[in-house]
Design a protein around this ligand. Structure first.
Ligand code: ATP
Ligand code: MG
Length: 450
């Protein structure tokens, strides 16, 4: 048994001493940290607590990227953190966190060192006794998902603290689950999606044991609450690396666990290879749009993901008239209800997706590069179908689908946590009209809450 296996399960065993990487021998300095996050770190330190920048923030700065959020872990208990920051509140049931509020709706989350991940607790939704869950820094490192996500950075000496070999894995470009991979996946199967995400995003290799464990356990993903699979999936689609994400997801089989209706189309179908390339080409354009700071509504992302399926399974080619388009839309709607039963996608979004997909062949047929038939322009679905059409046209070798009208701020994710450090932001976009908008009623992003 390796050190990490034993420690992941029995946190009281002899835990390893960390590797301390001093200032200058790693790429992180306080300058890369968001000013508000730095203030939180300083104030907790001044109050006498141990406190670190943790998780994806450390990983991303190490890799020279702008972190999406800055998570902080500390020895201070939630009530103690709350006392240091008047403008804060405690949230969470199983594991309590403190959210510290800043101007502009920015939130920095501060967690107390934990011995176990919230996802490893089985049983009913009970509130844990507070001191049953808290732990030491080393325990906190071992309860995390990947070695590269388990590094700590402390601001006083600017040192990186590595209990698990995360720095070596970052340098060697390896994604590795912490501990025994089968056991850690069984405890929380969503970790398989996290492995694939980070390998795709950073263009890292998945370590062999981790990869084999994913192949053995991929169907366990379906044991997870649908909401978690859906949230992780949306992060992947919106993350700017969805093409390489899909390649790894297909290779590992996780793609077919999530989208079983693709398994025939991408494997045994007579045009399997062409279908795969079509999917890759579409995902490539999604990545390009996202990298130019464009936000694509979730309904559009799903429609795009389904185009190769619709082209392979349905008579898109011969849909020319309004009537045929209507019948196609009805057919798609019926199939979506079943196909998405395990992703819990709201009916309204399914209808939207069905209509956009069924309108696509009409738009492709009537496209003369100049104007559109009046009857088509008058249709309620004309505007929403246009987004899908413009992107597919680019995929088909047409003009670049930039500056689409769905860039309005209304559809941008609600900022929850601290964003990038100042001066590293991407271009912002002014308010233009959109045919898509987040429907907050009954669920976020048009998905049902469960
Ligand atoms: P991103 O750039 O997408 O935010 P991240 O690694 O920061 O990547 P988060 O979802 O913000 O991802 O999670 C923050 C940290 O919490 C991770 O870096 C990891 O250490 C830990 N973590 C998240 N999910 C899990 C999980 N399922 N099991 C164990 N640890 C997890
Ligand atoms: Mg994060």
């Amino acid at each position: 048994m390796t050190t990490s296996e034993s420690t992941a399960e029995a946190v009281d065993d002899n835990l390893p001493a960390p590797q301390i990487i001093p200032r200058g021998q790693h790429p992180i300095t306080n300058n890369e940290i968001d000013a508000d996050a730095l203030m939180v770190l300083r104030r907790l330190r001044q109050a006498g607590f141990t406190v670190y920048l943790v998780g994806g923030g450390v990983r991303d700065i190490f890799l020279g990227k702008a972190p999406k959020d800055f998570d902080i872990s500390t020895s201070a208990r939630p009530a103690q953190v709350r006392k240091v920051f008047r403008n804060s509140r405690i949230i969470g049931r199983r594991f309590r966190l403190v959210q510290v509020f800043f101007n502009g709706g920015k939130i920095i989350e501060v967690a107390t060192f934990r011995r176990r991940s919230e996802y490893e607790i089985t049983g009913d939704d009970v509130v844990l006794p507070a001191n049953n869950s808290f732990g030491t820094p080393v325990e906190d490192a071992f309860r995390r998902d990947l070695t590269i996500n388990a590094l700590f950075y402390e601001i006083e000496g600017s040192t990186v603290i590595d209990f698990i070999g995360g720095v070596d894995d970052l340098k060697n470009r390896i994604v590795r689950l912490i501990g025994d991979p089968d056991r850690r996946i069984t405890r929380d199967p969503v970790r398989m999606m996290r492995v694939i995400r980070h390998a795709a995003r950073a263009d890292f290799e998945v370590e062999a044991e981790t990869w084999q464990a994913i192949l053995r356990n991929r169907d366990k993903l379906l044991l997870c609450p649908v909401s978690r699979i859906r949230d992780e999936l949306l992060k992947d689609l919106r993350g700017g690396a969805c093409r390489s994400w899909a390649e790894l997801a297909v290779e590992s089989g996780i793609f077919y666990t999530i989208f079983p209706f693709y398994s025939h189309i991408l494997t045994e179908h007579e045009n399997a290879a062409a279908n795969k390339s079509r999917l890759s080409a579409i995902l490539n354009v999604i990545d390009r749009l996202i990298k130019t700071a464009q936000k694509l509504p979730d309904g559009l992302l799903i429609s795009l993901l389904l185009v190769p399926w619709a082209e392979a399974e349905l008579d898109m080619q011969n849909t020319r008239t309004q009537k045929e388009s209507y019948l196609l839309s009805r057919n798609i709607r019926e199939r979506l209800a079943e196909m998405f039963s395990n992703l819990n996608i709201k009916r309204a979004m399914q209808d939207d997706v069905a209509r956009s997909l069924a309108t696509l062949p009409l738009l492709l047929k009537h496209d003369n590069g100049k104007d559109w038939p009046k009857w088509l322009q008058k249709k309620s679905y004309f505007k929403s179908g246009m987004h899908l059409f413009q992107i597919i046209k680019e995929v088909n070798g047409g003009p670049i689908a930039d500056d689409l009208p769905f860039l309005a701020p209304a559809i941008v994710d609600q900022p929850k946590k601290a964003g990038r450090p100042p001066g590293r932001r991407g271009p912002s976009h002014g308010g233009r009209g959109t045919a898509y908008a987040i429907n907050t009623k009954g669920g976020v992003f048009g998905f049902r809450q469960n």
